[in-house]
Ligand binder design. Structure first.
Ligand code: F0G
Length: 365
């Protein structure tokens, strides 16, 4: 029963046929796919239709992965990664993170009664995410370095100390994350969209969703493979740089962006993601921090809301439609990767500055 309630374990034959007693699940998935295009948005949801108008699309869906138990898409891979750690009898699990993987790891490790250890770039993790890993009781280690430093460090720590590594280098995490792709296809009655658009940092999600679509196609569940568009922040754009030179070589940069979740200069899953872009005739686009914050405001005002990195999806769709790469009548699904409440500061007004006197005059003013 539990397994079929989960938007990941429901697809276990295509992910990991784990014995039920080992499965660590909250359960995850079953997130909304909001119809927000100018044509496919239901009458009476004018707020949602603004998103489609902003994108310039008639048929547009947003898959809100921020509706997962810990507030991001990471739960889909984590349930499978922690289940595997459980099957192997691991006592401790670890990851490097920009905040969401660590929040998810902390939650699932706590559920399993394992020790969770997370390595974070000090001062560069949104407070909501930091609060989660602390509250769930993970050993929270902030380093004086960036995500790429944390990534190198956690690999060394795991090798030396025999701790189970749960970054997206871990193949079982990628297997679980494929479920985003399967669930989108199922919600669309297995009528594959023309495009799938998502924000890209370490490139694990791109790899996973690409693999899901490939498998669904090979099993004849769908009769076309969607083109995948990865959106990077302008200041954290190594994958975009590689794409612009036909993947002649892997690039790395010193990352800088307000979207801290995707502030990554040296992506770990480069090769797998490159293969996905090539196979699906995909594209890689970049957007500025201003474009990210403008798109976030549109999603927030529609009453849906998301964290800054997720808004790169809408900013990227708008740009690709503008450039004629995505046609305005194509069917497009965009992924919102994280919940609004993860980051209550970036791009939002300071609430204290808006306190008024408790008088009718002040209200009228
Ligand atoms: N969006 C959000 C909200 C994320 O947290 C991440 C990655 C991405 C997009 C990019 O996905 O790395 O698979 O290309 N967050 C990781 C973390 C790095 O540690 O939470 P990706």
């Amino acid at each position: 029963v539990l397994l079929d309630c989960s938007g990941v374990w429901r697809y276990r034959e295509l992910i990991l046929p784990a014995p039920e007693q080992y499965v660590i699940s909250r359960p995850e998935g079953n997130t909304n796919l909001y119809p927000v295009g100018m044509e496919n948005c239901p009458v009476g949801r004018a707020g949602h239709r603004h998103i489609g108008a902003y994108a310039g699309l008639e048929t547009f869906f947003l898959k809100h992965e921020g509706e997962n138990p810990s507030g991001s898409f990471k739960d889909r891979g984590m349930t499978v990664g922690v289940t595997m750690a459980h099957m192997l009898g691991a006592k401790a699990v670890a990851c490097a993170s920009t905040g969401n993987t660590s929040a998810s790891l902390a939650s699932y490790a706590a559920q399993a009664g394992m020790r969770g250890i997370v390595f974070l770039p000090g001062g560069n993790v949104a407070k909501g995410k930091l609060a989660q890993s602390l509250a769930y009781g993970a050993q929270t280690i902030q380093i004086s370095g960036d995500f790429d430093d944390a990534m190198r460090l956690v690999e060394q720590v795991c090798n030396e100390l025999g701790i189970y590594l749960l970054n997206s280098l871990n193949p079982f995490r990628v297997e679980g994350q494929k479920a985003i792709g399967f669930e989108i296809l199922q919600q669309l009655d297995w009528q594959a969209p023309d495009w799938l658009v998502l924000p890209a940092g370490n490139l694990g999600n791109t790899s996973a969703i690409g693999k899901a679509f490939r498998q669904a196609y090979q099993l004849s569940l769908i009769n076309q493979i969607p083109r995948i568009a990865c959106i990077q922040a302008e200041g954290a754009n190594p994958f975009y740089r590689s794409f612009m030179q036909n993947f002649a070589r892997k690039e790395s940069v010193q990352a800088q962006t307000v979207a801290t979740a995707i502030k990554i200069g040296d992506p770990v899953s480069y090769s797998r993601a490159r293969q996905v872009i090539e196979e699906t005739e995909g594209v890689v686009e970049m957007v500025s921090d201003m474009e990210i914050l403008a798109a976030k405001a549109v999603i927030d005002r529609a009453g849906i809301g998301c964290e800054p990195a997720s808004a790169a999806t809408l900013a990227g769709v708008r740009k690709l439609v503008d450039r004629g790469i995505i046609k305005h009548d194509e069917r497009v699904v965009g992924i919102l990767t994280g919940n609004l409440l993860k980051d209550t500061v970036t791009g939002l007004p300071e609430p204290e500055s808006m306190v008024i006197e408790p008088t009718f005059d002040a209200v009228r003013k």
